[in-house]
Design a protein around this ligand. Structure first.
Ligand code: UDP
Ligand code: MG
Length: 311
């Protein structure tokens, strides 16, 4: 087993790659690590693959996978994780914003401390304000919701124990929440290390404004699946039952008033409509939970658990 696998997802980063490679190799030589670099070319159209091919010719530690089309950063990481054979896996962006000089520090912290993941923290960021301000808010919300105290959840520079990357699955846009995914898989020793950050030297960012729309939705999905994925009825059933009963209660009171005191014109009373609405929505929530149960009962992962040790 190697000491270290460096996984680098990239999309149209041809200009950065030679510089990045050279820099990584320099750091690796200084520390004489036994390493591999795994480039995952996420469907680049700018000649990145040709650059990687040349790098591979001069350095056998370079390994690479090329996607037929652009699938997104999460897909790149997931495939890279599958290929990584190092004891420690470090991910970094290809655009030279993350510095390879941070690798030895991360390695030492991983080797000394008892960590599953160490996440980089770009304390001083070199990005436009339109990005840094929403990101602060996003980090605060994610940290609060997930209970993971990180300042910079989505930092591309992270170190993992090999076991972690072999036990989690990242897809869609979920790379923003890898610590949350890992925590749900039972890897909760998550550390943080302040890292250097640079402004983008070549090319442009690959993520537009959409990140602010999809990001929060993905967080809800992850939290929900993590908590109720194996027991949807506990969520929908409780909510649905509660709501139906409240609706029935309202309707009951209205009916009693009508019968006993002849307070008429039920159809003119706002509470009447609220009661009906609550019963209908409540029943639908209940049914949603029931369907969720049927689906999860048939899901292939219904009995898959992360086993840590056996004797
Ligand atoms: N990336 C990728 N596939 C994509 C988009 C981005 O592999 O569809 C890579 C990109 O090449 C870079 C990393 O993900 O290595 C981070 O992207 P970027 O620097 O554009 O994000 P930002 O730093 O602006 O958040
Ligand atoms: Mg970047």
């Amino acid at each position: 087993m190697q000491d270290l696998s460096i996984v680098i997802p990239l999309y149209n980063e041809a200009e950065s790659l030679p510089e990045l490679h050279e820099w990584i190799v320099r750091v690796m030589r200084e520390r004489s690590y036994d390493y591999e670099i795994i480039f995952v070319d996420d469907g680049s159209t700018d000649g990145s693959w040709e650059v990687i091919r040349k790098l591979r010719e001069i350095n056998p530690a370079v390994k690479a996978v090329r996607f037929r089309r652009n699938y997104g950063k999460s897909a790149g990481l997931n495939v890279g994780f599958g290929k990584a054979s190092g004891r420690i896996v470090i991910t970094m962006d290809a655009d030279l914003q993350d510095s390879p000089e941070e690798i030895p520090g991360l390695m030492e912290m991983m080797q000394k401390g008892d960590y599953d993941i160490i996440s980089g923290w770009k304390k001083k960021r070199y990005d436009p304000l339109s990005k840094t301000i929403p990101t602060k808010l996003y980090n605060a919300v994610t940290s609060r919701m997930s209970g993971i105290r990180l300042h910079d959840m989505n930092c591309g520079l992270k170190a993992y124990r090999s076991e972690v990357v072999k036990n989690i699955e990242v897809y869609g846009e979920m790379h923003r929440y890898i610590p949350v995914i890992a925590k749900w898989a039972g890897f909760n020793r998550i550390g943080e290390k302040v890292v250097q950050h640079q402004a983008r030297k070549y090319g442009t960012t690959k993520f537009g404004l959409s990140r602010f729309i999809y990001g929060p939705l993905d967080l809800f999905s992850i939290m929900f699946v993590g908590k109720f994925g194996k027991r949807p009825m506990h969520f929908f059933g409780v909510l649905g039952t509660f709501m139906s009963f409240a609706g029935l209660l309202i309707l009951g009171v209205l009916s009693l008033q009508k019968l006993l005191y002849n307070i008429g014109g039920m159809a003119n009373r706002p509470a009447f409509y609220l009661g009906i609405l609550m019963v209908i929505v409540g029943v639908q929530l209940f049914i949603a939970g029931f369907l969720g149960e049927l689906i999860s009962r048939n899901a292939p992962e219904r009995n898959s658990y992360k086993i840590m040790e056996e004797l």
